[in-house]
Write a protein that binds this ligand. Structure first.
Ligand SMILES: *Cc1c(COP(=O)(O)O)cnc(C)c1O
Length: 415
């Protein structure tokens, strides 16, 4: 007999999640998570909480889509539900400008591949019906690029990331939606990084038929909760006609537990799969927080704090190439080029969780999800500057933090 190894209790330290995501979960969310009672997934308050979440989500997403709900898991879970309407042989155009839209493209290729195409290259199929439009890292997908591709290929579906977190670039959602409308294409948007950070209403983009986001970025609800999704009636009708080969990630079936049955709001949900009372309570609180702060105010706060961080790292000699407001993606000063991995590792080892890019070229990413205050930004700037100086950058950090203080003072004075 071999001895059973029982490991010591797992301790995970408090770190600063200063990356592209997950963001820092609000203490109010954790408190709701930890104080929910043990209740099953058909208990009345759990079901009521799910209905209330659904209604709050419609408000946050700016939509009257009946099929608006949460998918248990992370961003890829919501995206898998959204892409489940893509069937083998479907014609799809995917715009890819970084790590995440690249994986969206892979997901679409797996779904659209015929059985033969999938078997020919199971982990990286290349179906004839899917066109991937590659836009270089660091650039945005433009209206012109979308228009040209949809005019040429006339697909059934088109997919794009709203905000490509890999390179920190905002893509042209207006141009995408308009081109989809002009060509009768159903748009699918990966809104994992933009929901809860940018102020936009999905119903203002009628060319988009499906949306998918995540719990742990703009919604700040990591304790594994729900990825928001929303689908138009046209998307649902298309899915009703084709069907799809999944039970758990079926957009119509998954919606039932959220009280969306036969295309209408029901009084309460019916069983689809087990839901956690803890997750429902936490998600519910995160949506309440966002509505209390308002999406518009949060978007302003992100824009202000990102600008302050951008100015500070620029003053340190870094070159910022992103335009999202939840993170900066930057090149190190010339004399430190090539040492990105070393820098990121040193920061992470001290509990300062910044990230490199996950695909070429190597850059550094610093995020500010739910870190929207002077103390947090100053801490990030100070730690980052200290790490650069540790590597010999020779930055005058006094001047950098003085400038940062002035920006916050001016904002207070302007209020
Ligand atoms: C983070 C992210 C994903 C993946 O989300 P997970 O929560 O890791 O599953 C997909 N798309 C974009 C644009 C993202 O930023």
């Amino acid at each position: 007999m071999t001895a059973v190894t029982i490991f010591p209790q797992l301790e995970i330290p408090q770190t600063i999640a200063a990356g592209p995501g997950p963001g820092n979960t609000d203490p109010r969310v954790l408190q709701r998570f930890a104080s929910a009672g043990v209740a099953d997934h058909m208990q009345a308050d759990v079901l009521r909480g799910m209905i209330e979440c659904k209604l709050m989500l419609r408000e946050i997403m700016g939509t009257e889509n009946i099929h608006t709900f949460g998918v248990a898991g992370t961003g890829w879970s919501g995206l898998d539900v959204m892409f489940s309407a893509v069937m083998p042989g479907d014609k799809v155009v995917v715009f890819s400008n970084g790590t995440f839209s690249g994986i969206d493209g892979l997901t679409v290729r797996m779904k659209a591949a015929t059985a033969e195409e999938l078997a020919a290259n199971p982990l990286d199929p290349k179906p004839a019906s899917v066109t991937i439009i590659d836009v270089p890292h660091g650039q945005s997908v433009t209206a012109e690029t979308v228009e040209a591709a949809l005019a040429q290929h006339k697909p059934k579906w088109a997919a794009m990331a709203h905000w490509e977190t890999g390179s920190g670039r905002i893509n042209d959602l207006r141009g995408f939606s308009d081109a989809c409308e002009r060509h009768g294409v159903m748009g699918l948007i990966d809104a994992v990084s933009s929901l809860g950070v940018e102020d936009f209403r999905i119903d203002d983009y009628p060319g988009v038929a499906g949306w998918a986001s995540c719990p742990q970025k703009g919604i700040c609800c990591l304790p594994l909760t729900y990825a928001p999704v929303s689908f138009t009636d046209r998307y649902i009708q298309t899915l009703q006609a084709s069907g799809t080969r999944t039970f758990v990630h079926h957009p119509i079936l998954e919606a039932r537990h959220w009280g969306i049955i036969d295309g209408k709001d029901a009084e309460k949900g019916t069983y689809h799969r087990t839901h956690s009372a803890y997750a429902v309570a936490a998600f519910h609180e995160s949506l309440r927080i966002l509505l209390q702060e308002t999406v518009a105010q949060r978007a302003k706060d992100y824009a202000f704090h990102e600008a302050a961080l951008r100015k500070a790292v620029t003053a340190m000699g870094c070159n910022v190439t992103s335009n999202m407001t939840s993170l900066v993606v930057l090149n190190l000063p010339d004399n430190l080029a090539g040492r990105e991995a070393e820098l990121v590792q040193a920061c992470r080892a001290s509990g300062f969780g910044i990230w490199p890019t996950l695909s070429e070229p190597v850059q550094v990413r610093i995020g500010i999800l739910n870190l929207l205050n002077q103390a947090a930004i100053t801490d990030i700037v100070t730690r980052f500057g200290a790490a650069l100086n540790e590597m010999g950058a020779g930055i005058d950090m006094g001047a950098v933090t003085d400038q940062l203080d002035r920006q916050f003072d001016q904002a207070v004075a302007a209020e």
